[in-house]
Structures are given as structure tokens and as C-alpha cells.
Design a binder for this molecule. Structure first.
Ligand code: ZN
Length: 225
């Protein structure tokens, strides 16, 4: 017969450690604080009347993800430029992003595609919009602007003549594809606070990330890479 001596304090200690470890592993990893500017800028945008419900822009239920995720009145945007340019799949965005994306499509993407490629863009391939996650999905990293419906990832542009310009291949593609994608990035940098292209890092080798984050207290600092 085996005789096992058990130290009750040691058992308690081990139990406490196991609890601590399991709560770290399963607990929320979102630590970003809800900054007041988010609600202020969203309310100002909604009050401006510039963003109205259309067949291409419909309000969705408050997102209210874990922790600070979500927006006051998020929209599902299935097209820009009065319905002429599709967003596929439709993007979930907060009000200020809706106006900036529409402006980007109308006054940058459309004219640049006609200028450099001889055909207007009719569809943006969306690979991410609202998603309650950390930056680049890295555990413990800062909460991504995607978690606030304040960011959009675009991986390709479909033209009216049927061509498809992907960020992945076009970035090193022929000269007109390269010029188009760089002009579109420059257009994004005028309208968004953060623009990340394949020049930024390995996470963005195949898409453009655009968002309306605030990098300093006045919101004047921009990231364009
Ligand atoms: Zn992104």
C-alpha cells in the first residue's frame, strides 16, 4: 500500500496557481480604453446629416462586442459613390468611416483607375471591417481600430472592363498597376489617419488598411506607410 502525505497548504497553493493561469488564458485580452473622442466624432458625423440611410447604407444593431468594441450607430455599407462602386462583402463601419471611404472612392479610386487603367473601378474587395480583435490579431496587442468599426481592409479592385487589380500582385505588377495602387494609397493618406500598404510590414503584403484612429491628442498626426 502507498502512503502519500499531502500538505494542505501546498494543495491550496497549487489550486490557486491553476486558477490564476486558467483565468489569464481564457480571460479578455482587450485592454484598450474607450476614448471620449470616439463618441464625439461619431455623434458629430451623425448630426451633420451627411450620412443618410440608402439602399447601400443601412444601420445595423449596436455591435457591443467584448469590452470596448463597437460603435454608437454602425452602418452596413454595400456600395460607395451613390451605389456605383460595390463593397464586397459589405463593410460594417462607423459614421466617420462611411464618409471617408465614400470620399476616397469618389475622388481618388475612381478617377485614378480611369487615369492609369482606362477603366473605372466597380468593386472593392473587402477582407475586413468590423472585428473585435487586437492589432494584427496578436494576443495582448492594442485593440485594433477594426474593433471600433473604424477601419477597412481592401485587397483588390475590380474594373468595369473585368480586370481585377490585387494589392498583392499589382504592387509589383506592371507600371500602370503600380502607379494606380500608389495613387490610391496617396489618396487614402489624405483622408485617413492610418494607411498601411505592402510597404508597411509583412501583415499588409496583400491589402491596404485604412482607419480613422487618433495618434495624438489633436488627431493631427498621420501614419502613411
Ligand atoms: Zn486592417
Amino acid at each position: 500500500m502507498w502512503r502519500v502525505s499531502v500538505d494542505p497548504f501546498r494543495v491550496l497553493f497549487l489550486l490557486a496557481m491553476a486558477l490564476l493561469i486558467s483565468s489569464c488564458a481564457g480571460g479578455p485580452s482587450y485592454v484598450a480604453q474607450k476614448a471620449p473622442w470616439r463618441d464625439t466624432s461619431e455623434r458629430a458625423c451623425l448630426a451633420s446629416g451627411n450620412v443618410q440611410q440608402t439602399a447601400f447604407l443601412t444601420p445595423v444593431a449596436r455591435l457591443g462586442g467584448p469590452g470596448v468594441c463597437g460603435a454608437l450607430k454602425p452602418f452596413e455599407m454595400s456600395a460607395a459613390e451613390y451605389g456605383r462602386v460595390r463593397l464586397r462583402p459589405a463593410a460594417i463601419l462607423r459614421c466617420p468611416m462611411v464618409t471617408s471611404v465614400d470620399d476616397w472612392v469618389r475622388n481618388s479610386i475612381t478617377p485614378e483607375s480611369v487615369h492609369y487603367l482606362g477603366s473605372p473601378v466597380v468593386e472593392l474587395k473587402v477582407i475586413a471591417s468590423y472585428s473585435c480583435r487586437t492589432r494584427n490579431s496578436i494576443r495582448g496587442a492594442k485593440l485594433s481600430e477594426h474593433g471600433m468599426a473604424n477601419a477597412l481592409d481592401v485587397s483588390a479592385f475590380l474594373l468595369a472592363d473585368g480586370r481585377k487589380i490585387t494589392v498583392k500582385r499589382g504592387w509589383r505588377g506592371n507600371s500602370s498597376e503600380q502607379a494606380f495602387l500608389r495613387a490610391v494609397r496617396a489618396g487614402a493618406c489624405k483622408r485617413f489617419a492610418t494607411v498601411l500598404s505592402p510597404d508597411a510590414d509583412r501583415f499588409h503584403h496583400d491589402h491596404f488598411h485604412v482607419d480613422l484612429a487618433r495618434h495624438n491628442s489633436k488627431g493631427t498626426y498621420r501614419v502613411c506607410r
